[in-house]
Design a protein. Sequence first.
Length: 217
Amino acid sequence: MASMASPSTSNYYTNYSKRTSRSPLPVTIIISQHHNKSTDQNQISRREIILRSSEIAVIGAVFNFSGTKPEYLGVQKNTLGLALCPATKNCISTSENASDLTHYAPPWNYNPEGGKGNKSREEAMKELLQVIESTKPDKSKQRIVEKKDDYVHVEYESPILGLVDDVEFWFPPGKKSVVEYRSASRLGNFDFDANRKRIKALRLALEKKGWASENSF
């Protein structure tokens, strides 16, 4: 007589703790008793992954993790330059003081000293837009929402939860071939260096086109 395997049972307990930063995603604890064959176990594992992804997507839609676009974005009129960062640790800006190691990042130069290029601002802007479109530092989806002759605003939206980071680039007036930038998360207090890593990936791509950082990052 063929033996009968008892069906696999699983209980799911999900902790939807309040999310105030880029903290780890909601944790789904799975208590399982598997008595089926390996193929059945693989199917269950895939179902668990799909379940977790679906739960996270629903949470993101309900709580609107995209945030609201800050009103202070753009070139500041009082002090010509991009906005400073808030006190949170999820923003970097070339407008910050170099002594602020948490928020400061050095500007870029598209005609660095010792370089071979002599790009115009228009050519530099074209190269910047190309790098923004082609560089994928993470799985976030980039979207250029505003573009002027001297300014670009890009939104980077994370997958599933839809967290949005605002990244700005500005070509200051004058003869210097410098580009200022600011990269900040709309929500939370920490970003686990996501903004800094994104800016670094863009800079490395621009360095292949002859750009350079004004000083050490």
